[in-house]
Design a protein around this ligand. Structure first.
Ligand code: SAM
Length: 272
């Protein structure tokens, strides 16, 4: 059921669109996906706004259950008919589909370990975004993660907030930004700027930290190309290595680099 935070949107999705994000989460958040102590044994993965068909929810369920076969998964949709159709066709003992919005349709004793909301905060008032982040984090156990962002239609370019629930605060910590490209569109830092989560799109202005970040990445990329790293995967990896030397919080991790990921977790978090 739509609450006052929710805005109706189209349901376009595609198989494989969020597969790279699944791979990232399996690689970098395997401890989160597999924790079993105390309330973590019951902690679910929630996919908010799965779209016209629940392909991305089902693909994530398969990927995450390779690490944690007992994992329960809840697909949530604002559009009742989409939720009911998915439930009829795809639910089982550990896979559920429910109608709902940012105030997640979970029982009070149903904790979450991971909440994903991709490609749905594109409309609606900008000032509601922190409230939507807070609402979607409410069921996360401390240490749990909310991933909210945007991608192009086939997931070739994706940027997402990594928001971590802490024991102290109701609002999740803005831990980092995750950038991904599969290089099918080539590579330049500006390609990723175009897919920033909605609350950050207008923040790439002089004097904003995000502007300085993109300027530094752009110079690192130009320097990498000038030294002969012109193929997109190489130019990307080399640019991130250079960026990491001058920008705190850039992870020069080999797996991330070879899979087209840049994670930026500046000290103090992503500015609101
Ligand atoms: C563009 S589709 C995205 C589907 C999928 N997440 C993806 O990334 O491919 C957005 C879906 O989110 C749903 N939606 C929009 N706002 C929502 C909200 N507040 N809560 C739950 N679902 C929402 C829409 O009904 C739509 O089906």
């Amino acid at each position: 059921m739509a609450g006052e935070l929710d805005t109706r949107t189209r349901g376009r999705t595609a198989r494989g669109r969020l597969r790279a994000l699944d791979a990232y989460l399996c690689q970098s958040e395997s401890a989160l996906l597999t924790r079993r102590e105390g309330a973590w044994a019951r902690a679910v993965f929630v996919d908010v706004g799965f779209g016209e068909h629940p392909w991305t929810t089902l693909e994530s369920a398969t990927a995450f259950r390779a690490l944690n076969p007992e994992l329960s998964v809840v697909g949530v949709e604002l559009e009742a008919e989409r939720a009911h159709a998915a439930a009829r066709a795809h639910s089982d003992a550990r896979t559920h589909f429910r109608e709902g919005g940012f105030v997640l349709p979970l029982a009070p004793e149903e904790p979450a370990r991971l909440v994903r909301a991709m490609n749905l905060l594109r409309q609606g008032p900008l000032e509601r975004i922190p409230e939507a982040h807070r609402a979607m984090s409410r069921h996360l156990l401390p240490g749990g993660l909310l991933v909210e962002g945007s991608s192009d239609t086939d997931g070739a370019v994706l940027v997402a907030h990594l928001l971590r629930r802490t024991p102290e605060a109701e609002a999740p910590a803005r831990e980092g930004l995750l950038f991904h490209t599969d290089f099918s569109r080539g590579f330049a830092p500006l390609l990723l700027r175009d897919w920033l989560p909605r609350d950050l799109r207008r923040r790439v202005r002089p004097s904003e930290p995000l502007h300085a970040f993109f300027q530094a990445w752009e110079s690192a990329w130009k320097a990498a190309r000038a030294e002969g790293h012109t193929a997109p995967p190489e130019a990307f990896a080399e640019s991130v290595l250079r960026l990491a030397r001058m920008t705190p919080g850039v992870a020069p991790d080999a797996w991330l680099l070879t899979h087209g990921f840049l994670r930026w977790s500046p000290p103090g978090g992503i500015p609101p």
